[in-house]
Design a protein around this ligand. Structure first.
Ligand code: GLN
Length: 306
């Protein structure tokens, strides 16, 4: 088959599987299967596609029409402009989460060096992009990334290696001229704070926050294939906010006096999470909306006079 015929084949199959982004996905998967750039594909659409590529493409289309996420097929996604490896062991980073990082960057703008803890790091998208964005502004970050899942930590580690590992050869210099790089980063297997020690200026987290009963009503891509452990916010409570209770209750012990907490929340969890922050004497509690106009980002400061 020629390339354009294959794209049409892909589009048809994906549309039949009720995938809204059928056109985009069909093209992305052909780029992935062929290893071509968009430009090369555009100039070769009338050429015959090699049979191995065609076979690979048909398999990708089959998998995608089972609603297996595009990002898991390709093995990566982009977050804050960085190419992040993903696998079914980690949640696929969402654009909403970029805004959590942006909020944290703003709040820590004055800290030339920062000790930060990214709890439930998953792919590592939050911690890594925070580190790299601060580095662009010549600010250093001592970053601890933790997750209960060792398989998730392997993905995070691979992202640290590919995005930060070689950085000391390029642009990274801290205030005192010391090189920054991978040694600034610690990856820890930990159930929330269990294996965490020391104090931080920032605790940032996008913990699991979907109510168990709501998971089945999510898109099949999410409900059937993303890790339940990264989604389900119930644990033993029926309200979906169990992780916030645990994180906020203990955060005081792990934050410096002027420490900040920055959390992603479910769109209907604003009052519950703000209430938990109030109960634990946090101040300057601010809830902001995501790109879709939904409550998504909560920031607060530790009240040292509590
Ligand atoms: N921190 C990761 C993310 O934001 C993983 C979050 C999670 O697993 N709940 O994508």
């Amino acid at each position: 088959m020629r390339y354009f015929e294959l794209i049409n084949y892909g589009k048809e199959k994906l549309a039949a599987a009720d995938i809204d982004t059928f056109s985009y996905d069909a093209r992305e998967l052909l780029l992935y299967a062929s290893g071509m750039t968009t430009e090369t594909l555009l100039s070769s659409v009338r050429d015959e596609c090699p049979s191995e590529t065609e076979e690979k493409y048909r398999l990708c289309i089959k998998r995608r029409s089972e609603r297996y996420p595009l990002q898991y097929i390709m093995g990566y996604t982009y977050f804050m402009g960085y190419k992040m490896k993903v696998s079914p062991d980690v949640l696929i980073p969402r654009p909403e989460t970029e805004e959590v990082v942006l909020a944290a960057l703003k709040l820590t703008d004055k800290n030339n060096s920062l000790k930060a803890l990214d709890l439930c790091t998953g792919s590592g998208c939050i911690g890594i992009s925070l580190y790299l964005e601060r580095l662009k502004q010549r600010k250093t970050t001592l970053l601890t990334m933790s997750d209960i899942s060792e398989n998730a930590l392997l993905v995070a580690e691979s992202n640290v290696d590919s995005l930060i590992g070689n950085i000391d050869k390029t642009l990274a210099f801290s205030e005192n001229g010391e090189k920054s790089g991978k040694s600034d980063i610690t990856l820890t297997a930990s159930d929330l704070f269990d294996n965490i020690s020391g104090k931080f200026d920032l605790i940032i987290s996008n913990p699991p926050y979907i109510k168990t009963g709501d998971i089945e009503s999510l898109m099949p891509e999410v409900a059937d294939y993303e890790p339940r452990i990264a989604l389900d916010g119930d644990v033993s409570n029926p309200d979906g906010v169990a992780f916030y209770k645990e994180i906020i209750r203990k955060a005081g012990e792990y934050l410096n006096d002027d420490g900040i907490i920055c959390l992603e929340i479910g769109h209907d969890e604003r009052d519950a999470v703000a209430g938990i922050l109030v109960d634990n004497s946090f101040k300057d509690i601010k809830v902001s909306k995501d790109i879709n106009g939904l409550d998504r980002i909560v920031t607060a400061g530790l009240n040292k006079h509590k």
